[in-house]
Write a protein that binds this ligand. Structure first.
Ligand code: PGA
Length: 248
């Protein structure tokens, strides 16, 4: 069985100095439970956080990447640049990039492949918008995001894959999906992965969307949930550790 994973996505928050302070607080409060923990700072703080994590079991992640090993792409960051800094997890297709920056499934799929190619673990983020759920299209959206997003992922390699189910209507809204909705979506993703990717080690499927210490209990008991991708509640050590502690 896979060890559960809790990732904190800091989005566009935390200067370098703030990021160092936060990671020091997380390190000092980390429980010794059966759980893997990772932090995902903004690009500018990755090197500093990486140094801070040198003697720690906490994994390092990045929020995005450009799908090319190098090139004339002003402002972009290549996978080997992240790998060099000790980055292990890279978010691909977070809903804020899909919906604010207009990234489509094909582009997200190229990122997943590029991250795995560089020896890191892609975290493919999937999830439907509210109108898609209201029109009964949630599974069709997941199907499209999984099949296009993972078209270039070679499941025979050693690269680990993580999938994060994040219903767009639950991200940053305080409105968490019900346990039944989460369980159904996770089962759908799990079934799709087991039919289409023949991996010896099944990918972990995380839930994300307004996860907080106050609601994590109801999500923790869902067998299909292998951990959490946490946004707002990962910006303070107390609340992030409160979520991690459920595994402590
Ligand atoms: P949230 O963000 O926990 O603030 O809803 C989750 C995410 O965007 O990954």
């Amino acid at each position: 069985m896979n060890i559960p994973l809790v990732l904190g996505n800091w989005k566009m928050y935390k200067t370098c100095a703030e990021a160092i302070r936060l990671v020091q607080q997380i390190k000092s409060g980390l429980p010794s439970g059966w759980v893997e923990v990772g932090v995902i700072p903004p690009f500018t703080a990755i090197a500093a956080v990486s140094r801070e994590l040198a003697d720690s079991p906490i994994a390092l992640g990045a929020q995005d990447v450009y799908p090319a090993a190098e090139g004339a792409f002003t402002g972009e960051i290549a996978p080997p640049m992240l790998a060099e800094l000790g980055v292990h997890y890279v978010l691909c297709g977070h809903s804020e990039r899909r919906h604010i920056r207009g990234e489509d499934d094909m582009f997200v799929g190229r990122k997943v492949a590029a991250v795995a190619e560089a020896g890191m673990s892609p975290v493919l983020c999937v999830g439907e918008k509210l109108e898609e759920r209201d029109h009964d299209e949630a599974e069709a959206v997941l199907l499209r995001q999984l099949s296009v997003g993972l078209a270039g992922f070679k499941s025979d390699g050693s690269a680990g894959l993580v999938v994060a189910y994040e219903p767009v209507w639950a991200i940053g809204t305080g409105r968490v999906a019900t346990p039944d909705q989460v369980a159904a979506a996770h089962r759908f993703i799990r079934d799709w992965l087991s039919v289409n990717l023949k991996m010896t080690n099944p990918p972990r499927i995380l839930y994300g969307g307004s996860v907080k210490p106050e609601n994590v209990d109801s999500l923790y008991n869902i067998p299909e949930v292998n951990g959490f991708l946490v946004g707002g509640a990962s910006l303070k050590a107390d609340s992030f550790l409160g979520i991690i502690n459920i595994y402590g």
